[in-house]
Design a protein around this ligand. Structure first.
Ligand code: SF4
Length: 147
């Protein structure tokens, strides 16, 4: 068996924010202190061995009035994939109108999560009859059209 180490975490599952103290050996928590409910155990395990975050960023809009659209992933993604997700979002050019909740990209950077709009833009924020996916324009296509 390998050496054990102590890790301190703040549980973010609920506003209480318990301060957790985990003794870890390999890929196992051998003891946990400070949690007031079982959700703290699940949180510590996830955070220590498979940390995930919801990616929030912006994508470019083909609009002079509103140049950027705030977006986020539909679920938390592995932390090591965040940079790749931001890069993928950077490649997008979205044509308004966009409705809050529209899926702009599926399976962002191979995470299984979708990239969704968190704001409505255009048509007074109303619905679009056009598929959001069909409005997705990778940068390479943009360059091809521009030349
Ligand atoms: S351990 Fe339970 S009570 Fe404490 S912050 Fe996490 S979810 Fe809340």
């Amino acid at each position: 068996m390998g050496e054990s180490s102590t890790r301190r975490l703040t549980c973010l599952v609920c506003p209480i924010g318990c301060e957790l103290r985990a003794t870890v050996r390999g890929q196992e928590i051998v003891s946990l202190e400070g949690h007031e409910c079982p959700r703290g155990e699940a949180y510590a395990s996830q955070e220590l061995f498979d940390p995930r975050r919801v990616l929030t960023t912006t994508v470019r809009l083909c609009s002079s009035e509103v140049p950027r659209l705030p977006v986020k992933t539909s679920e938390a993604v592995p932390r090591e994939r965040l940079r790749a997700g931001v890069q993928a979002a950077r490649e997008l050019r979205i044509e308004p109108p966009v409705r809050r909740g529209d899926v702009l990209m599926r399976d962002v950077a191979g995470t299984g999560a979708d990239l969704v709009a968190t704001r409505s833009v255009g048509d007074n924020g109303g619905a679009s009859s056009e598929s959001p996916k069909s409005r997705r324009t990778p940068r390479s296509e943009n360059h091809a059209q521009a030349s």
